[in-house]
Design a protein around this ligand. Sequence first.
Ligand code: HEM
Length: 458
Amino acid sequence: MHLTNSAGIESRTTPLAPVRSAMAEALAFPGLLSKIVRNLIESWPDAVYREPLVEGRFLGRRTTYVCDPALIRQLLVDEADGLLREDFMLRALCPALGQGILTADGARWRTQRQAVAPMFRHDRIAHFVPAMEAALSATRERLRQGDRRVDLLDEMMRATFAIMGATMLSDEPGLDVEAFGRALTDYLDQVSWKIAVTMLGAPAWTPHPGYLRGRRAARTLRSMIGETIAARRRSGRDGADLLGLMLSVRNPEGGAAMSDEALVDNLLTFVAAGHETTALAMAWTFRLLAEHPGIEARVLDEIAAAGAGAAEALPYTRQVVMETMRLYPPAPLIVRQTLRPIRLGGTTLPAGRSVHVPIYAVHRHKALWTSPEVFDPDRFGSAASAGRDKYGYLPFGAGPRICIGMSFALTECVTILRMLLPVFRFEVGPGRRPEARFKVSLRPHGGMPMRVVPRAMQ
Ligand code: HEM
């Protein structure tokens, strides 16, 4: 089949061989199964880094990888109502997140999205900055305790968790960052197995490594959030925060409140999706800045020149965050299933096709980026980005399911840099940059070990 990408480049994709059963494929290619479990990104065909559209099989299922910006737009924006969440992602996430805004489809998704939208209106975001700064003062105090080695990912998880607590829950007491973080890591550590087991056609209860720990973790996460909701109800506070908003939502038809289960689903989704992704973006950013002192110096100059409280006026700092998320998108893959036949370029995908937008590969695609492996924040300067198709850069997804927290997250990232970088130097040891592994999010394998040196001590 011949295909043409938005840049007019024609390529040929291999016609599909007859579908074999997932199990037969797993037996024929045991290496593939271990790649999926170790790091799903390694199981992608090489062509996703070169071609506009790639057809292949992913453990027995016909899968279409969409890598061209014009086709991505067509899929996620124009044809959005013909897409559903993919089974394997649902099986991976639903035991913890239930039917919340991230995992629901159709009317259920729409009602939940509309209910929380006022919280994330662009003009509200600036109001969150003082709470972000207050939470980061605590991070500063913790890091100021001298010259020491830390897992910076862990530190960023604590910082972004505190920010979520302060901005979305008005610091409702009782959410323990350590316990929450441990449970979330335990849960995410076994999702690759869940994905592999689903793809093999095995039922949801099939045991796999980490199965029991994952179940326990999901229970812990849900009961912690449930306890937070109960504490708010006991306190009688209404709260102008996300929790208060969700407690006050009424169904437009019958006037019913959100069920307790729906409240847990959504609050857990927000706390988990909202803090982990941003922490990952920041851990990778500090690592890349430590490797590129010239770029770090430009950020420091910009922050010093802008003075206090000028998040909006830090364009280069923002470019650094964007370039980091090009190389290390915290959410590296968007997956959907077609609900009806969908036309993409010159081809038609049948109903039931698994469609992957491999964001990590699109961000390193040879037809879209010059020297894709090089960290260069100037790519996002206004001159360099003029004329670039915006659907080739998707750290927050696209279309109606675009990340609802996008503006919040970008403001948060810039605030974190503004608050921490002038105060600390984050240094790397002699080791190599950690490997990025797919755990639904893109996590540095082994964490992000760095040395924190207060600048005054240099
Ligand atoms: C750097 C940080 C972040 C990144 C890279 C990120 C990335 C994403 C992506 C790619 C999606 C779309 C997934 C899909 O289409 O399947 C998404 C959805 C979502 N994000 Fe984020 N996110 C970030 C921060 C946040 C924050 C701070 C919040 C909340 C405060 C948040 C809440 C959500 C929610 C609720 C959804 C589901 C939206 C829906 O399906 O309607 N995210 N995020």
